[in-house]
Design a protein around this ligand. Structure first.
Ligand code: S3P
Length: 177
C-alpha cells in the first residue's frame, strides 16, 4: 500500500495529541497539522459552533474530507487528529494511508483532571462530566485499537518520555529523520 510518511496521533480528548504533536514536529523538523484547527480555519467557525449549528454527524463528514485532502497533499508532517475522528470505519482505513498511526492511550483519571472545567469540547459539556468521560472512553477503546498501528500509554509520563517512545516505534532517528 502506498503510504504517506506522516506520523498521525490519535486518542481521547486530553491525551496530549496537540501538545506532544507540536513538540514532536519541532524535533523532527516536520510540519505540524491539527485536524480540528484545519477545520476551524477552513470553515471559519469554532468546533463548538459547528456542532451546535450542524450537529456531530456533519462535523464527522468534515473530518473525513480533511483526511482525504491530507492524503493528497501532506507528507513529512506530524498530524494531531480530533478525538472522535477514528470512530468511522472509513476514517480508520484512511488514517492508515496517511502514515504511522500512534494511539496516545490515556486512563480515565488523567482525562478527568486534565479536562475538568473545559469549555471547548461539546461532547463533555453539561452535567455528569465523569460519567460522560467514562462512557465515551469505554465505547471508543475498540475503535482506537482498530485504527492504531502503535500504542503509547501516556499516564504518569512526561512529554520527553512519550516523544521518545513514539520515535522508537516509528523508527525515526532524530538526528536523521
Ligand atoms: C472530539 C474531540 C475534539 C474535537 C471535537 C470532538 C471527540 O478534539 O474534535 O470536540 O469526539 O472526541 P480533541 O481530541 O483534540 O479534543
Amino acid at each position: 500500500m502506498l503510504m504517506n510518511n506522516n506520523i498521525v496521533l490519535i486518542g481521547f480528548m486530553g491525551c496530549g495529541k496537540t501538545t506532544i504533536g507540536k513538540r514532536l514536529a519541532t524535533k523532527l523538523q516536520y510540519e505540524f497539522i491539527d485536524t480540528d484547527k484545519l477545520i476551524e480555519e477552513k470553515y471559519n467557525m469554532k468546533i463548538k459552533e459547528i456542532f451546535s449549528a450542524y450537529g456531530e454527524e456533519y462535523f464527522r463528514r468534515l473530518e473525513t474530507d480533511t483526511i482525504k485532502e491530507m492524503i493528497e497533499h501532506n507528507h513529512g508532517a506530524v498530524i494531531a487528529t480530533g478525538g472522535g475522528l477514528p470512530l468511522r470505519k472509513e476514517n480508520a482505513q484512511l488514517l492508515q494511508k496517511l502514515g504511522d498511526v500512534v494511539l496516545l492511550d490515556i486512563e480515565k483519571g488523567t482525562v478527568l483532571w486534565r479536562l475538568k472545567g473545559d469549555k471547548t469540547r461539546p461532547l463533555l459539556q453539561g452535567d455528569d462530566f465523569e460519567q460522560k468521560v467514562e462512557q465515551l472512553l469505554e465505547k471508543r477503546a475498540p475503535f482506537y485499537k482498530r485504527a492504531a498501528k502503535y500504542t503509547v500509554h501516556v499516564d504518569n509520563k512526561n512529554h520527553e518520555e512519550i516523544i521518545k517512545e513514539i520515535l522508537q516505534l516509528c523508527h525515526h532517528d532524530v538526528d536523521n529523520p
